[in-house]
Design a protein around this ligand. Structure first.
Ligand SMILES: *[C@@H]1O[C@H](CO)[C@@H](O)[C@H](O)[C@H]1NC(C)=O
Ligand SMILES: *[C@@H]1O[C@H](CO)[C@@H](O)[C@H](O)[C@H]1NC(C)=O
Ligand SMILES: *[C@@H]1O[C@H](CO)[C@@H](O)[C@H](O)[C@H]1NC(C)=O
Ligand SMILES: [Zn+2]
Length: 578
């Protein structure tokens, strides 16, 4: 995950508690059927991977909205694979995997915001050490798989399947970590690159974001090779090296290479880092990210006449900028749950399965379902407004955010500011778009432009003139990610079934949404089946291990279970009929 919104992954994503509601299965006058699942029910589609209690004669209820995949255990096995599975539960493996992860954390692969070009800025050189460490640690992998270096430090492993027509499984992680500022080093319980093992946790930067995922994947492949496994479906491991600074050197090059090799839609599934399992509404959840919000920075430039501050006009550039900023803050975006927003699916899952799902939300879910088939929706999204009460970290899963984060203006106390700039950062809600945000800003500012007789240059590349308001975007804008399908017969069911086989059927799997962006932003073309999921879990320990801050760490059991998950998942994908 990138940047500070990563911290949100540690928050309870499913806040809000109320007493269980017994009257949950009330029939509805107008059905929920139009909410995306209609086609497979009305056409009698039944997936053997999906358990549900649907009867066509039953009253329409929330039951239909969140079927849970049955635990999926690979059916084809050998003595060697059974032994390998036992080994993955042994102390011997546990100790070895801890030692390997600790070694990986000890290599400070920090990516800095102001990194220069690869091959020129010497700060990239540490990635050579990391690659050597992997090669020393997993010689069997280097002997068995094709290993390519992409743009020097990107690592691409290919384990060729025996059936070339099967689309590959792609597992991702990144090698780089967020820098540790010198000023925080003495706040760490153990030095940030010590990889210290205290009997419970491996401590250090990268321990949970996400060298655990990277090492856990490699451990699983190593054990599979050892057990004589030969995949039918090609397995690709793609490890970038600058995810924390947007992935332009690593993931972008890797994704392009894969797109060229396998074509558009050429991969069966992509799993990258993402949300960890968590507790909410009285249940345990895996919420693999199937959507990501979009991103755009709007740069605002106010040009006003200069002059001496001893004879100022009523308003100058800084004053006008202040007016604009006040206007922005006075007009926040409303929460809105688009039909495709995974958080809506998560609400249905909560309503259906979670004992402490809030009654008020359940009521509004019913009302919404009723309205979408029987009545025209109003402008306000009542359900979203109610759900947003759970806190900001929930609200912004289905609300476009805006924050003025940078400002600059004026050069001298006795000179009026001729040029004042500020930047508005937006994370764009699913169902909205970059254009919608730009339109909103331009429209909002128009009355101020008129009031001060300015020329408005709205996103048209026009050169600034005196007395003008110029709006532009930074180049790195991004639309909300396409939402991964999760219906019956999709790869989501393989991921779900693998997860419930490992952790038990009391763990519910529901679609999740990410407020930040992972390296997968470059992979949209390679597969529509993208999941952002941190699969390692120790139910005794809460959430992710303090990513991006002091005392980052990962529990030993959670780390071990990355490997146990991948071990099952690769085999399940091999057997899956996709
Ligand atoms: C694993 O490590 C622990 C100490 O951390 C040790 O007590 C135990 O004997 C080790 N087990 C094996 C099988 O190496
Ligand atoms: C803007 O221009 C109009 C007409 O050109 C003028 O009447 C008005 O005073 C001007 N307003 C400002 C704030 O300069
Ligand atoms: C502005 O310039 C960029 C790059 O030069 C171009 O892609 C874009 O289409 C231009 N926009 C307009 C509105 O002219
Ligand atoms: Zn990460």
């Amino acid at each position: 995950m990138s940047a500070m919104e990563k911290n949100l992954a540690e928050q309870p994503l499913l806040a809000g508690r109320q007493a269980p509601n017994a009257s949950f299965r009330k029939p509805l006058a107008c059905g929920l059927l139009l909410l995306g699942t209609a086609s497979f029910f009305s056409h009698g589609y039944v997936s053997d991977l999906v358990t549900r209690q649907w009867r066509s004669s039953a009253p329409i209820s929330f039951e239909a909205q969140c079927p849970q995949a049955s635990p999926l255990i690979p059916s084809k096995s050998t003595k060697e694979l059974d032994d390998a599975w036992e080994y993955l539960s042994s102390d011997a493996f546990f100790n070895k995997s801890i030692e390997h992860l600790s070694g990986a954390v000890q290599i400070p692969t920090q990516s800095y915001d102001d990194m220069g070009d690869v091959g020129i800025d010497p700060r990239w050189d540490i990635f050579h050490s990391f690659a050597s460490y992997l090669e020393e640690t997993f010689p069997l992998i280097y002997k068995t798989l094709d290993v390519e270096k992409v743009n020097t430090h990107g690592l691409l492993f290919t384990w060729k399947g025996t059936e070339a027509e099967l689309k590959p499984t792609v597992l991702m992680a990144h090698q780089d970590v967020v820098p540790v500022p010198d000023s925080t080093i003495n706040q760490w319980t153990y030095p940030p690159f010590s990889g210290h093992w205290d009997g419970k946790f491996v401590w250090g930067r990268g321990a949970s974001d996400c060298k655990n995922q990277l090492m856990g994947i490699l451990e699983a492949v190593d054990v599979l090779i050892n057990a004589g496994f030969q995949p039918k479906r090609t397995l690709v491991l793609s490890f970038g090296f600058d995810e924390e600074i947007s992935g332009g050197e690593g993931a972008e090059h890797l994704a392009q290479k894969l797109l060229k090799r396998y074509g558009h839609g050429g991969a069966a599934i992509i799993v990258d880092e993402g949300a960890a399992n968590l507790e909410g509404w009285g249940a345990n959840w895996a919420i693999p990210g199937v959507g990501e919000k979009g991103y755009v920075d709007v740069l605002v430039t106010v040009r006003m006449p200069g002059g001496h501050s001893s004879i100022p006009p009523a308003h100058n550039g800084i004053g006008v900028a202040a007016e604009l900023i006040s206007l922005i803050e006075a007009n926040p975006y409303e929460p809105k749950l688009d039909e495709s927003n995974p958080y809506l699916s998560l609400l249905y899952c909560g309503a259906e399965h979670a004992p402490e799902f809030p009654k008020g939300l359940k009521h509004l879910l019913r009302k919404r379902a009723h309205q979408s088939t029987c009545a025209k929706k109003g402008n306000k999204d009542e359900l979203a407004l109610e759900a947003a009460k759970a806190g900001l970290e929930i609200k912004y899963l289905f609300t476009t955010s805006q924050a003025v984060d940078l400002i600059n203006g004026g050069v001298k106390t006795n000179a009026l500011p001729e040029r004042t700039t500020f930047t508005i950062n937006h994370r764009i809600n699913i169902g909205s778009s970059v254009d919608a945000v730009l339109f909103h800003v331009a429209q909002l500012f128009t009355p101020i432009v008129k009031k001060h007789n300015l020329t408005l240059n709205a996103f048209n590349n026009a050169t600034e003139t005196p007395s003008s308001l110029t709006l532009s975007t930074r180049p790195e804008h991004l639309e909300p990610a396409p939402v991964t399908p999760t219906g019956p017969g999709t790869p989501f069911q393989i991921l779900s079934g693998t997860t419930r086989a490992l952790y038990g059927e009391d763990l519910l799997v529901a679609p999740g949404v990410m407020t930040g962006n992972t390296d997968t932003r470059y992979y949209w073309g390679l597969s529509e089946h993208i999941f952002r999921y941190s699969m390692g879990w120790d139910r005794e320990q809460e959430g992710l291990g303090r990513i991006h801050t002091v005392d980052e760490r990962i529990g030993g059991k959670a780390h071990r279970d990355v490997t146990r998950w991948v071990f099952g998942f690769v085999r399940n994908m091999d057997e899956a009929d996709l």
